[in-house]
Design a protein around this ligand. Sequence first.
Ligand code: SF4
Length: 718
Amino acid sequence: MTGPDGATSTSTHCPYCALQCAQSLTPVPGAREGASVAVEGRAFPTNRGGLCQKGWTSAAVLESPDRLTAPLVRSLGGRLVEASWDEALDLVAAQLLRIRAEDGPDAVAVFGGGGLTNEKAYQLGKFARVALGTANIDYNGRFCMSSAAAAANRSLGVDRGLPFPLTDLTQAGAVLLLGSNLAETMPPSVAHLADVRSRGGLVVVDPRRSATADLAADGQGLHLQPLPGTDLVVLLALVHVLLTEQLDDTAYLRQRTEGLEELRRRSALWWPERAEQVCGVPADDLRAAARLLAAASPVHGGRGAFVLTGRGVEQSRQGTATVSAAINLALVLGLPGRVGGGYGAITGQGNGQGGREHGQKSDQLPGYRMIDDPAAREHVARVWGVDPASLPGKGKPAVELLRSLGTDGGPRALLVHGSNLRVSAPDGQRVAERLDALDLLVVCDVVPSETALLADVVLPVTQWAEEEGTMTSLEGRILRRRKAIEPPVGVRSELWIWSELARRLGTAGSWDTDPSLVFDELARASEGGRADYSGVSHARLDRDDESSAVWWPCPATPADEPEHPGTPRLFTDTFPTATGRARMVAVDHLGPADDLRPEAPLYLVTGRVLQHYQSGAQTRRVDALASAVPGPYAELHPLLAARLGVRDGEKVRLATARGAVAVPARLTDTIRPDTVFMPFHWGGAGSVNRLTTDATDPVSGMPEFKVCAVDVTAASAM
Ligand code: SF4
């Protein structure tokens, strides 16, 4: 595309979240401070041409003064000093070979990221299992999507964040949004809620009166404000009301589901008055929400309804159970598989969806196949040209892997790609100790993140506007990421780094560095799997930018047959389970692992702000974003602040069993008086993950980021 000044613009998508807003990038060297491309929103169904503040300012990271442009190696004096690529890669390969020879392949571990392109996520899984031979690979999506994925896979047979187009929300009569602050995390998506708000059908479940909860005010819906850690009780009560008031979709339940009797037996225990005692939401509000959802459901002649979950309810030791309860609710209403209804998870990271499909997860192979499935191993090994018996088995999920680093029998080397563990992992001080205990820490990044600063070797890599590839959005739609500018001299793609390391490790086979060739191999590896990309290629995605973005599954077809159109809506005929029916999994409420006690009498909840993304490594380096929200803070209700003797802006000390931080207080009546909120985008002394618990969900391995018990005092009292 050619712009008015004759410069060629490139169609791509935002580097940050899973909404993957469409952008046009036009190179303007030196035209704007800190930017080498001008960014514009581009028409696309999900963002309708809009971008949030992060998207508008995304070019600033390309020419950040902090940009890494040469490999760094830790010197004998302990400093990171510049090295040539050959020196850095020779050093890494020699250390990996030594550690592997001494303690076996599992002594080397790999940590990936949900922001990596599909091609990189795929190649990283292959590199770990073929070149390194290790079972120990996992990624930061374990902290993000693992509970929703585990629950959807076991109940619906497959996990695609939204198994329907996002634009379907505009037609709905009701949308139940659990633990998702869309108005701050994905502002352009809120346009799709405008119609349902005008119908009074938005129901938001959140312990905070967030910007999204405010959208349900003034007759536009309901805000249910439960005690932190009790979202599951809200869902159990909603199902109770639907079943006891016979508002369920009886025919749908009979024809398309299994497990109703056990669900009926368990939910019978959660009548609204009992639920109110546990979760604090008035029984009348629970009944009103259930009836509102029922009235919008097709079985009662409504326009349709959606049940959506986000990290607020998923990042819990009961995350999988809570999502199962949300799916049960959607099934009782007869929604999944109907046009105009369903259950979906709002995926967070840019490639949070694709990142979990191509094999960088400890228990999975490409195509969203399970690594312990003999047929899956056979298929993928054939594509990789290796013996299936040579492929490692299931590795440790992220938190367990991090706990094991540098311990007796645990990994001695760790390669980190697209993740800032020092800030984003729970119980951060313990993570720092484990990283420090390694013989070798290698970090690939674009800027010196808190984790990179701990590394023995730092490798500078390309980013977003400097590379070709694909991303899969929260809808399961495969999108092209395109190169608009050349990367800085000295920077390399991870695909090149893995190819060079594989060669130095003496690994045979193909290690393509061209993303379109890697995609072709990914497509073959995914063929027949749950996430089938085999009918897709870069060439197909490039044919026509918007309409050719394809929803998976999109299987290959014979050459003389029309190509598969892709699958915008799943489950319309059947569920991909053994019986073809959705499974309702009856669950019970346990409450937070770290509950209130005299020495920690308040709830601490964590979350995001509009201006920052994930660990903040990129957005903290964008002036407009950093100046808007320059550092961490704690939100306190004025009643709590008065009791503590704290005024707005004064420092408070928050302490848990893991550590303590001191940050400025922000007084707001949008939070419960028994709860304190901190955003998690900063490292250092104000990092909230110094406080969070590393208790995990036994099914998904998801850490309980969202709630723990905390003591809060005025810092001046210390
Ligand atoms: Fe980028 Fe997400 Fe903002 Fe869209 S909502 S501009 S994808 S950060």
